[in-house]
Write a protein that binds this ligand. Structure first.
Ligand code: GDP
Ligand code: PGA
Ligand code: MN
Ligand code: MN
Length: 636
């Protein structure tokens, strides 16, 4: 679908500053028509029908209102190398690496781009010029959609109103699932002219008629793709990619990159974290947040169905992003700015994540999953008998007949489901509370096949911030990296920092120095240790992760008769399995709680190197002190 038949072509009713902005972009992008989305069910259905007719999405016969979109194989994940924060001063975004900036070798990237492992920077005026060129006439032959939306609950002091302009109807229907979308969000404006609204501009970057061969069902422009952010102007400009993480600007671009920069200025935290509640068998309830890198288990933990420990209940507030503020009593409160889940499909099955599987059988848009000939979805690890059909009747994400012999997966490893939060059957009663939920523990984690134990507790806030800063994890299919290298991913935020990581650390540390705050305890977990002989996971994971959550829960109690025991090690406090109140619910392979000084000393070396190379003069002295202290404890 290129031109929307029901376009309203009217900007009436938009706040004046928004109207001016949209008018300016219509002039720049030259679309064939434009449409301000009201967010209604009718509009949504018309867009879905039009896309289905045009072959952009396919309806799944087996389910109600479910569709599959398959992308251009070059547009399947976030592109971190082309994601850029643009400001006046470079040091506000990146530090100069000790060995200097690498030369920009890609001819499609601006020459003055500064690329670092902790984010990319360019001068904002210069980037504006680059983007103006890309956007000139870029929507010819298409409809420009204006999407008013809001991140966070209605009537929350913490929510932000935004608009996204896009020429992709896929983006419109996805934003309607992922955010609170429609013109009603303007009622939430604190400044009625719309001058505080975050402005996002997105295009797939393929004006029509096109002189290049393009994928008609998934137009994109991979060579020219740039995902740019202007924190000083509260603007996002995204060109060339239709993939969710690059094109649904509310998610990573606003809620994390612009969000973290707003959070720094306004004194709060915007983090890559799930939000969950845990109720123990006595009915005591606590809320935790957890930061794991993309495709490392956030959605699964947020929807955990406890296994191995009876009487526990887990409920979900959010699975990807937390906006957190300390309230007047000094408690950290978290809201989920999103309204839906954009979850990893592969690995989702009845046994691993039944809650997610149940919720995607209605009103869901799948991207890059495979389809069976009877109109069902299919992906690696779905663990489902394919109802007497042969696998040869599976249509892969590449729209080809698929069989195991092809030696490639049926679904893309980063294939996704996009579903409204309201379809989650274990939604926490407070999920939509404008004041958020009170957080008692912050959990960091990643994919570490060796060396990092199942769980450890930090000694205090400053040490916990160091633990977050030192995170590393195996790369996954969520971004463009090839293979499984262990990458530094501080706070699981490496792809999402909106400002200088050194200043981000100072911001986190500053809460440790404030009077009157009830600081959550900080933990690190690792579900992904492997046996070096068999290459199998040592920990069952998924539902049994409740056994680790239970240990954390019991560490947080003040009642000493109920408090879980812990053993002090160089890296932190770990469960004491020599007592009966360590990790409960079954055997724990001792290898899961081993601390090797040699491993951790080499870890220290890698972390020191990374900080010195990439953060250098912006690294807070507290972090260096923590690293020195860890190294000393390990050498004793
Ligand atoms: P997210 O991207 O951080 O939200 O991660 P997901 O929860 O979507 O999980 C990403 C992948 O990791 C999926 O294939 C999951 O099946 C897998 N995964 C999640 N939790 C666990 C776990 O506890 N153990 C193991 N072995 N795999 C897990
Ligand atoms: P994820 O979200 O963290 O659930 O994978 C998408 C992403 O981070 O790209
Ligand atoms: Mn994410
Ligand atoms: Mn997820």
């Amino acid at each position: 679908m290129e031109v929307y038949a029901h376009a309203n072509n009217s900007l009436d009713g938009l706040p004046s500053k928004i109207r001016e902005y949209v008018q300016e972009k219509i002039t720049l992008c030259q679309p064939s028509s434009f449409h301000v989305c009201d967010g209604s069910e009718q509009e949504n259905q018309e867009l879905l029908d039009a896309m289905e007719q045009a072959g952009v999405i396919r309806r799944l016969k087996k389910y109600k209102n479910c569709y599959i979109a398959t992308t251009d194989p070059r547009d399947v994940a976030r592109v971190e190398s082309r994601t850029i924060i643009c400001t006046k001063n470079m040091n506000d975004v990146v530090s100069t690496p000790r060995s200097g900036f690498p030369p920009v070798t890609d001819p499609n990237l601006p020459k003055n781009l500064k690329q670092t492992p902790l984010g990319n920077w360019m001068d904002s005026d210069e980037m504006m010029e680059v983007m103006e060129k890309r956007f000139a006439g870029c929507m010819r032959g298409r409809t420009l959609f204006v999407i008013p939306y809001m991140m966070g609950p209605y009537s929350s002091p913490y929510s932000k109103v935004a608009i996204e302009i896009t020429d992709s109807p896929y983006v419109v229907v996805s934003m309607r699932i992922m955010t609170r979308m429609g013109t009603q969000v303007f009622k939430e404006l604190k400044v009625p002219d719309g001058s505080t609204v975050v402005k996002c501009l997105h295009s797939v970057g393929v004006p029509l008629p096109s002189d290049k061969p393009v994928c008609s069902t998934w137009p994109s422009n991979p060579e020219q793709t740039l995902i740019t952010h202007f924190p000083e102007r509260n603007e996002i400009i995204s060109f060339g990619s239709g993939y969710g993480g690059n094109s649904l600007c509310g998610k990573k671009c606003l809620a994390l990159r612009i969000g973290s920069s707003l959070a720094k200025r306004e004194g709060w935290l915007a983090e890559h974290m799930l939000i969950m509640s845990i109720t123990n068998p006595e009915g005591v309830k606590k809320y935790f947040v957890a930061a794991f890198p993309s495709a490392c288990g956030k959605t699964n933990l947020a929807m955990l169905r406890p296994k191995g420990l009876p009487g526990y209940k887990v409920e979900c507030v959010g699975d990807d992003i937390a906006w957190m503020h300390f309230d007047e009593e000094g408690r950290l409160r978290a809201i989920n700015p999103e309204f839906g889940f954009f979850g990893v499909a592969p690995g989702t099955s009845k046994s691993t994540n039944p809650i997610a599987l149940d919720m995607v059988h209605e009103n869901t848009i799948f991207t890059n999953v495979a389809e069976t000939s009877d109109g069902d979805v299919y992906w690696e690890g779905i663990d489902q008998e394919i109802d007497g059909l042969h696998e040869t009747l599976i249509r892969s994400w590449k729209n080809k007949r698929w069989s195991v012999d092809l030696g490639e997966p049926a679904a893309h490893p980063n294939s996704r489901f996009c579903t409204s939060i309201k379809q989650c059957s274990i939604l926490d009663p407070e999920w939509n509370n404008p004041q958020g939920v009170p957080i008692e523990a912050i959990i960091f984690g990643g994919r570490r096949p060796v060396g990092v134990p199942l769980v450890f507790e930090s000694f205090n806030w400053q040490h916990g911030v160091f633990v977050g800063a030192s995170m590393r994890s195996e790369s996954t299919a969520a971004a463009e990296f090839k293979g499984k290298q262990i990458m530094h991913d501080p706070f699981a935020m490496r792809p999402f920092f909106g400002y200088n990581f050194g200043q981000y650390l100072s911001h986190w540390l500053s809460f440790g120095k404030k009077e009157g705050l009830q600081l959550p305890k900080i933990y690190h977990v690792n579900w992904f240790l492997k046996d070096s002989q068999t290459n199998q996971f040592l920990w069952p994971g998924f539902g049994e992760n409740i056994r680790v959550i239970d240990w954390i829960f019991r560490r947080l109690t003040n009642d000493s008769s109920k408090k879980a025991s812990a053993r002090k090690t160089a890296i932190g406090l770990i469960p004491d399995q020599s007592t009966s109140d360590g990790i409960r619910g079954g055997e724990v392979n001792p290898a899961l709680l081993e601390i090797s000084n040699d491993f951790w000393l080499s870890e220290c070396k890698a972390i020191r190197n990374y900080f010195e190379e990439n953060v250098n003069e912006n690294l807070p002295k507290e972090i260096t002190l923590e690293l020195d202290a860890l190294q000393k404890r390990l050498s004793q």
